[in-house]
Design a protein around this ligand. Structure first.
Ligand SMILES: Cc1cc2nc3c(=O)[nH]c(=O)nc-3n(C[C@H](O)[C@H](O)[C@H](O)COP(=O)(O)OP(=O)(O)OC[C@H]3O[C@@H](n4cnc5c(N)ncnc54)[C@H](O)[C@@H]3O)c2cc1C
Length: 511
């Protein structure tokens, strides 16, 4: 017996019916669109070329922003949006999203002066008085404040004390298991009359008389070509939205001008239980975030421009070296080298102008019908995980204006989430010598109920085993025995894991 919201993967059965909406792309933007539409009674089919949430959405810094950055740029509309979205994520995911205190040491320079920051935090407070509406006290967002230099030193013992004037302390939120959050939103979507398929890529648009009637697609598991029917299609393929737009209609460059961004997981313990916002001493240095992710040090975000979409969004060696130099300059005594890197999380981000790193300030939405293309085709590309639900909400209201909008839709609480994530490596240190019978049973259920097609789906995106690269490599061979694969297939699957963890000096054990 399967539990409600199981992700049942059956592409040919899915091709036998018609839908109200097809969403192309199973990153957080496509997933939130499918969820928002299905919450209003729309039947949705979501197609994802690889695994759900395996591209940009896998590589974020796992922060739900509260909008302070937008306030500093005087973008009050975006500030409000982020305040509301932080509250929505905190309300909906009690097991997966928590308040995250952020500390910025202040050195009386530029905008990072106590007076300027005090004013910014006061305005932030006044413009977000409803930020905790509906949240229990232990999950609420306190008012940001200025703290003394000695308090900064207590929270962050290794801080550079020369010239330290004070510290700014504010709260964002974090989602340590963001991959699991995506699966929970998909499960909520599948409780309604909707279908989600991984490893199926949309290849072309089906039209009749200038109107959308569906998409052609390829099932990458068995190579079958399929046709899926719906009068509305949203291309939410993130960095590939221009490729999909070109295949379906024409290129819309405004959707996505390319840059790359990355975070680095280091073989170091977190320097504080607060996230630290630090900047190098040289003029114009950007602010970096040292995220205390599961007690480890996850640092981001590095940015570099790119002319076009490349195969992989990885930073070059020179870009990584400059990034580490900046961190070494920002954090006294940390002395990082590339040998400390366990993993680089990287992805493409949309920028305002080509060959720059200035991110777009809002999502882009294109109505292809209005621009001379097929009626019923839309494209969307966003720049923040945090803004994905709001973008979905706006677009669904536009696509289905006649349907009642009951406000922000909710995620049904699955009481087993906390238990499931805890048992499958939620904590970085969880490391069983061998998987016991009940863990194996639970993992087998996950494989059966959550469309697990590859070993890395299980290790990286259904459980949190892959958060700790050494643990993932050590357990991979044993985990592969949960599947009914022959020896060559097992080797292929283990090789995929080795490729993912290319920064590690060891490989999976394989007989
Ligand atoms: C280094 C980094 C750090 C970040 N940190 C944060 C953060 O802390 N907080 C925050 O709010 N945001 C953050 N972001 C931004 C956030 O991660 C992105 O805005 C978001 O993940 C984009 O989601 P998406 O669904 O548009 O794209 P993606 O996640 O890339 O999804 C697009 C999907 O479309 C699929 N696809 C492509 N072509 C096809 C096809 N033909 N058929 C079917 N499927 C197709 C792809 O396989 C892919 O899975 C960060 C981004 C980066 C790169």
């Amino acid at each position: 017996m399967t539990t409600p919201g199981s992700l049942q993967r059956n592409p040919s059965a899915a091709a036998e019916r018609e839908y109200d909406l097809i969403v192309v792309g199973g990153g957080i933007y496509g997933v939130m669109l499918a969820f928002e539409a299905s919450a209003r009674g729309v039947s949705v089919l979501l197609l994802e070329r690889d695994d759900f949430g395996s591209a940009t959405s896998f590589n974020s810094l796992k922060t739900i922003h509260g909008g302070l950055r937008h306030l500093q740029r005087l973008n009050l509309r975006q500030h409000r949006l982020f305040v509301n979205e932080r509250r929505w994520f905190l309300q909906q995911f009690p097991d997966l999203v928590q308040p995250l205190p952020v500390l910025m040491p202040l050195y009386n320079a530029g905008l990072r002066r106590p007076g300027v920051m005090r004013m910014a935090l006061t305005i932030d407070h006044l413009l977000s008085v409803d930020r905790n509406r509906g949240l229990p006290a232990h999950r609420s967002i306190p008012r940001g404040t200025i703290i003394s230099a000695s308090e900064v030193k207590r929270l962050y013992p290794d801080v550079e004390t020369r010239g330290l004037g004070a510290g700014a302390l504010w709260f964002d939120a974090c989602m340590p298991d963001s991959h699991r959050l995506i699966i929970e939103v998909l499960r909520a979507t599948c409780r309604a009359d909707s279908v989600v398929l991984n490893y199926v890529s949309a290849s072309d648009l089906m039209t009749a008389g200038g109107r959308v009637v569906g998409v052609y697609a390829v099932d990458h598991v068995d190579g079958t070509e399929l046709g899926f029917k719906a009068p509305l299609v949203v291309n939410a393929a993130g960095p590939w939205s221009r490729d999909v737009g070109r295949a379906f209609d024409r290129d819309h460059p405004e959707l996505f001008r390319f840059s790359v961004a990355w975070n680095v997981l280091l073989d170091r313990e977190a320097l504080s239980d607060h996230a630290l916002a630090v900047a190098p001493s040289h003029a114009g240095g950007q602010v970096y975030f040292l995220h205390p992710w599961k007690g480890r040090l996850l640092i981001g975000t590095g940015h570099a421009s790119r002319d076009a979409l490349s195969q992989e969004p990885d930073p070059s060696e020179a870009e990584l070296r400059t990034f580490l130099d900046d961190i070494n300059d920002s954090v006294p005594g940390i002395a990082l080298t590339t040998d400390d890197i366990l993993h680089v999380f990287s992805g493409f981000l949309p920028v305002k102008r080509e060959r720059t790193t200035e991110l777009t300030s809002d999502s882009s939405i294109v109505d292809h019908g209005k621009a001379g293309g097929p009626t019923g085709l839309f494209s969307v590309a966003g720049n923040r995980f945090t803004a994905s639900r709001n973008t979905a909400h706006r677009l669904v209201s536009r696509l289905f204006p006649g349907l009642a909008d009951h406000g922000a839709a909710g995620i049904p609480r699955d009481e087993t989430i906390g238990k499931r994530t805890a048992e499958t490596g939620y904590a970085y240190e969880w490391w069983p010598e061998q998987l016991d019978a009940s863990t194996r049973e639970m993992l087998k259920r996950t494989i059966a109920e959550e469309a697990v097609m590859h070993l890395d789906d299980l290790i990286l995106r259904r459980t949190s085993i892959g958060d700790n690269p050494a643990r993932a490599l050590a357990l991979a061979a044993e985990l592969s025995t949960l599947f009914e694969w022959d020896q060559p297939r097992r080797r292929q699957e283990l090789q995929r894991i080795n490729t993912h963890f290319s920064w590690m000096s060891t490989d999976c054990y394989s007989e």
